[in-house]
Design a protein around this ligand. Structure first.
Ligand code: NAP
Length: 458
């Protein structure tokens, strides 16, 4: 819905959903200004801190975001923590409306004994670590491990498996964090088990990601033929012909199952219909107890895993749980802790069931951690359209009294060293120049203080 109103909008978070929301608002409301806030000095959310370093092509979406940021109606404020440096009531005073685009910052746990043993980690910590995210740069993973288990069959699990399986030569061409490259260079990992509680038809990975596991230079792929024997429910689901991804995945898995090991230094084992029951070890994780499952009809038409009672022990000295991200929200803002989202109706924030004027949600904090980068575009359009409808109906905050630069002044008065877009560009160019010199896309700066210094803020 177009609007000619002079709107002031803030977006909290600069991942894909935040940028796509800004793009739509700027298109539809020529007199709008958009302030983008990020708690890190760097923009792009999971595109910088989540997308795997060996998937550089996916990261080229930042060119779209750069064009959006170059619009004179857009301002960037990095290194600003909403909820602390600026509160919800500050945003209400300064903006007609604001949009939470803060993603899902934590992970789901398995809830099994031994999960907290040393050597057992959230996959999301490993992802943040190898991507040079400042929050995770000090994590330590024992890559002296020879047998690694990754629990979950989603694309994050695939990323983790692939990064563990890649050769140093492959990783050295990427923008993986330097310290991660050094640690992975010394890796002793031989066997990587990716473990799914349901069957091959229910894998949450997309087909290109699965296929890539069969094309690794330094790792063979191993799939047990018996894991691919379909139960009646899965066969019926496939026979509908509606799930092309599942069909392609199954065909690829069947091809994997025919392969004989070619003697590569590592092996990726895909295991289906197994749930982790417990992790055991004296001082750290040594093995994982797996329960065999069968599929039964679930309440919502889905097939769910049910234990057959059979168990198996798998030696594993490093375990990553990769069973989904979880949104933790922003202090003082409503949160549905179970779903990890800000309660909302098509993006309008709800508090005790009622719409909160002028507050919106977009992306993973709106719908949960699902979909690929492009999924955020229609999601952002929906939220932005609701905002513009509310603007036209006079339902936003009355924020006209303060000057546009009042936020800058407030941040300065509070001693917040905000990183503006030109500052980020300085850091960006420096990272890329360092990368070029080493034949890599970029060499990331991973410490906040160093980021601030190199971007010219401190
Ligand atoms: P996901 O796609 O939701 O996968 C989660 C996996 O964990 C599923 O296999 C799920 O199995 C399993 N799981 C959940 N609870 C479990 C439990 N208690 N025990 C055992 N297994 C359990 O989540 P994700 O991998 O974190 O990815 C998040 C989103 O980012 C996805 O939409 C993904 O496609 C996207 N992403 C995309 C890319 C890419 O495009 N290359 C890369 C990374 C991430 P069930 O199916 O049985 O629940």
């Amino acid at each position: 819905m177009p609007s000619s109103l002079p709107l002031r909008i803030a977006i909290v978070g600069t991942g894909p959903s935040g940028f796509y929301a800004a793009e739509h608002l700027l298109k539809q409301a020529p007199n709008a200004t958009v302030d983008l806030f990020d708690r890190l000095p760097t923009p792009y959310g999971l595109v910088r801190g989540g997308v795997a370093p060996d998937h550089q092509k996916i990261k080229s979406v930042t060119r779209v975001f750069e064009r959006i940021a170059a619009d004179p109606r857009v301002r960037f404020f990095g290194n600003v923590l909403i909820g602390q440096d600026l509160t919800r009531s500050d945003l209400r005073r300064h903006y007609h409306a604001f949009i939470y685009a803060c993603g899902a910052q934590s992970d789901r746990s398995l809830g099994i004994p031994g999960e907290d043993l040393p050597g057992s980690h959230a996959a999301t910590d490993f992802v943040g670590w190898y991507n040079g995210h400042p929050d995770y740069r000090d994590c330590r993973f024992d890559l002296g491990a020879t047998s690694v288990a990754v629990i979950g069959m989603g694309n994050v699990a695939v990323d983790v498996v692939r990064i563990l399986a890649r050769t140093t030569e492959e990783l050295a061409k990427t923008d993986i964090a330097d310290y991660a490259l050094d640690a992975l260079r010394a890796s002793a990992v031989r066997d990587i088990y990716m473990i799914g509680r349901r069957g091959p038809v229910q894998g949450a990975f997309t087909h290109p990601e699965l296929r890539e596991l069969g094309e690794l230079v330094g790792a063979d792929i191993h799939v047990r033929a018996e894991d691919l024997e379909l139960d009646a429910g899965s066969a019926a689901q496939l026979a509908l012909g509606e799930d092309k991804t599942a069909e392609k995945n199954l065909a690829t898995l069947r091809e994997f199952a025919t392969r004989t090991p070619s003697g590569k230094p590592r092996t990726v084992h895909l295991r289906f219909l197994e749930s982790p029951l417990r992790l055991d070890g004296a001082a750290r994780v040594e093995q994982i107890s797996l329960g065999r499952n069968r599929l039964v009809a679930g309440g919502n038409g889905d097939l769910r895993a049910e234990s057959t009672g059979a168990t198996e022990l798998l030696p594993a000295d490093l375990v990553f749980r990769s069973v989904g991200y979880l949104g933790t929200g922003i202090p003082g803002v409503p949160l549905d802790p179970k779903r990890g989202i800000i309660p909302n109706d098509e993006g309008r924030v709800l508090e005790s069931g009622a719409v909160v004027p002028g507050e919106y949600a977009v992306g993973w904090i709106k719908r949960g951690p699902s979909g690929v980068i492009g999924t955020n575009k229609p999601d952002a359009v929906e939220t932005a359209d609701r905002l513009l409808e509310d603007a036209e109906a006079g339902r936003l905050n009355p924020a006209d009294a303060l000057a546009l630069d009042a936020v800058d002044q407030l941040l300065r008065a509070r001693g917040v060293r905000a990183v503006r877009w030109a500052d980020w560009q300085r850091l960006d160019q420096l990272e890329q120049a360092r990368g070029r010199a080493a034949g890599r896309p970029r060499i990331k700066v991973t410490e906040i203080d160093e980021m601030l210094q190199l971007s010219g803020v401190s």
